[in-house]
Write a protein that binds this ligand. Structure first.
Ligand code: C5P
Length: 244
């Protein structure tokens, strides 16, 4: 761990693992599996941008109204709670309403990537994201976790996969839920979102200089989890990972 960097950020020594990467690279599921293994908390930062977009729709705020969106983001009344159902994602409430599934639609993802381009929205969500860093540790998943929000993280992973592999995974997920979609349309939407996320001026999607890049195109979830767990077991500097 780099003590100098930690001091300059005036944050505690609670370990942080960042998992950044494009949509559909498997960050969410890998994060959840690692959280189970380590007992660490989860920050799903993408959910925060989704919530801003969703709240904007509820409040009839256009997605280019930067000041209004930043005000919304600054007072986002959101709760993440464990899901009583096994192997289900955290429950997310906005203004005391469960919106776990509502914010997972492809439209909510597109809206999120539009509001995520705005500097004041990103600033407004900054402190909220840092507040997730609590003992025994945090696994933070997003696009700029290792580059901007937790630049001194203990371990940084950049998880990627080819756009066609990611589109196929999403296609299969939707088919399994009997949702009819076209693979070509999914691929196009993923490519457009990638272009918005990597091409934006502020906090673009890119691996941190000290991130370990894992390409999951040909890897199973288990194989990725194993690679990251091996890195964790080696420990980094001041702390070594203890498997629960
Ligand atoms: O990860 P998820 O697909 O839920 O993220 C939705 C969108 O939120 C992304 O496409 C990206 O534009 C934005 N985002 C971001 N920074 C993060 C996490 C997500 O800009 N740390």
């Amino acid at each position: 761990m780099n003590a100098e960097k930690k001091d300059s950020e005036n944050i505690s020594v609670v370990p942080v693992i960042t998992i950044d990467g494009p949509s559909g690279s498997g960050k969410g599921v890998i994060t959840e599996r690692l959280a189970k293994i380590t007992g660490f908390h989860i920050l799903d930062s993408g959910a925060l941008y989704r919530l801003v977009g969703y709240a904007a729709r509820l409040d009839h705020i256009e997605l280019d109204q930067e000041q209004a969106l930043a005000s919304l983001a600054a007072v986002l009344d959101v709760t993440f709670s464990p899901n009583p159902e096994p192997d289900q994602p955290l429950r997310i409430s906005l203004r005391q309403q469960d919106v776990t599934w509502e914010i997972r639609t492809d439209q909510a993802g597109v809206d999120a990537s539009i509001v995520a381009r705005l500097a004041s929205v990103r600033r407004a969500l900054g402190e909220l994201q840092i507040s997730f860093r609590k003992p025994p540790g945090l696994i933070a998943d997003g696009r700029d976790m290792g580059t901007v929000v937790f630049p001194a993280a203990d371990l940084k992973i950049f998880l990627t996969a080819s756009a066609s592999a990611r589109a196929e995974r999403r296609y299969k997920q939707l088919k399994d839920k009997d949702i009819d979609v076209s693979l070509a349309a999914l691929l196009k939407s993923i490519q457009e979102r990638d272009a918005r996320d990597t091409g934006r001026a502020i906090a673009p999607l890119k691996p941190a200089a000290d991130a370990i890049v894992i390409d999951s195109t040909m890897l199973s979830i288990d194989a990725v989890v194993e690679q990251v767990t091996t890195l964790l077991k080696k420990g980094t500097g001041a702390w070594a990972f203890q498997q629960k």
